[in-house]
Design a protein around this ligand. Structure first.
Ligand code: PMV
Length: 332
């Protein structure tokens, strides 16, 4: 018998950022973080377990993969097997992102969340959402947050079992929208796995971590009270703090580009002028402008007056990871 399952998971945007690990192997983060899943931006992954074959394979966006991409997937399957020993040994993995690579949307969160759920389901195993979140974390920290639905908090925890993400509000709790402003579609030179490793080389990381629990508390309260003003202040500060750490790490990581800074300054100005919009940036130059749904047309109108914008994508709060299809087929 060949076991197969297909899972879908959304990308997410962090409002309180995860940057730096206490344990690189287990991806136990230095701090808790908070994010929103992005509706409409997802990875769909099929896992076909088949021990009749003696190697793993990966097809990513219709391209067969060897090298680094395949190695990272195989490492994740090996990690999953440490916690779920009954998983078979060899798999064919077929994965597609419905958003282009380099569109300013991190694909590792949705990819490892979908891979985790599909791998477990294809083996006919059912695990709790919390356990799935801890397992997804082993592939990419932020993937732990793409397992639960809506607005999500990832508790940093003390060990593998206690470092997991859970929903703090459903997707329809607040009609926040992420307007992703793409200013560059080139691939980043330094990925987040390396970035996390160098975070502690910055003198500012300690300062960033000092009050991060308090920022998370303020952000969570603002979200639950739908208080846009407090929310804006705290997420911009947290994004700036993470980028300050990046810029002062050894070697320094400069993700901001002139266009990113120009948009951030404009967003501040628009807010002073009464438009309810704020920004946050992940490990890249593209700016995520956050506002409520009714303000989307005005924010886009304003953004279109600026130069150096390659593309604009809009996403509201999305669901958690889910199974699209699960089958057992006879290999004969
Ligand atoms: O999960 P990773 O290793 O891709 O790290 C994600 C890091 C940031 O996107 C910059 C911040 C975050 O919390 O998502």
């Amino acid at each position: 018998m060949i076991h197969t399952a297909t899972a879908r998971a959304h990308a997410n945007i962090a409002f309180i950022k995860y940057w730096g690990n206490r344990d690189e192997e287990l991806r136990l983060p230095e701090n808790s973080s908070l994010s929103m899943n992005l509706d409409g931006l997802y990875t769909e992954t099929t896992v076909i377990w088949n021990d009749a074959q003696k190697e793993n394979s990966l097809v990513l966006n219709n391209q067969p993969q060897l090298g680094q991409a395949l190695e990272r997937v195989v490492k994740h399957l090996d990690n999953l097997r440490k916690y779920v020993p009954s998983l078979p040994n060899y798999a064919n993995v077929i994965s597609t992102n419905n958003f282009p690579m380099g569109a300013g949307i991190a694909s590792s969160a949705s990819s490892f969340a979908a891979l985790t759920l599909a791998s477990i389901s294809a083996a006919n195993i059912t695990l709790s959402e919390r356990t799935l979140s801890t397992l997804a974390r082993l592939g990419s920290g932020s993937a732990s947050r793409s397992i639960p639905t809506g607005f999500v908090e990832w508790h940093r925890g003390d060990d593998h079992e206690s470092s997991y993400a859970e929903t703090i509000a459903s997707p329809d709790y607040w009609d926040l929208v992420d307007i992703i402003v793409v200013v560059s579609d080139s691939h980043k030179k330094v990925g987040s796995t390396e970035g996390h490793q160098s975070a502690r080389t910055s003198d500012l990381q300690e300062g960033r971590l000092k009050h991060v629990d308090n920022r998370l508390k303020i952000c969570k309260e603002a979200l639950l009270n739908r208080d846009f003003e407090s929310f804006s202040e705290v997420i911009e500060e947290d994004s700036n703090l993470m980028h300050s750490v990046m810029m002062t790490s050894r070697p320094p990581l400069f993700y901001w580009q002139p266009a990113s800074v120009a948009i951030m300054q404009q967003v501040k100005q628009w807010r002073q002028d009464g438009l309810r919009v704020c920004y946050t940036l992940d490990a890249g130059p593209n700016v995520h402008c956050i506002c409520v749904r009714k303000d989307v047309p005005e924010v886009i109108k304003q953004l279109k007056t600026l130069s150096a914008i390659l593309d604009i994508r809009v996403a509201s709060a999305g669901s958690g990871a889910y199974i699209v299809q699960s089958d057992e087929v006879n290999s004969q």
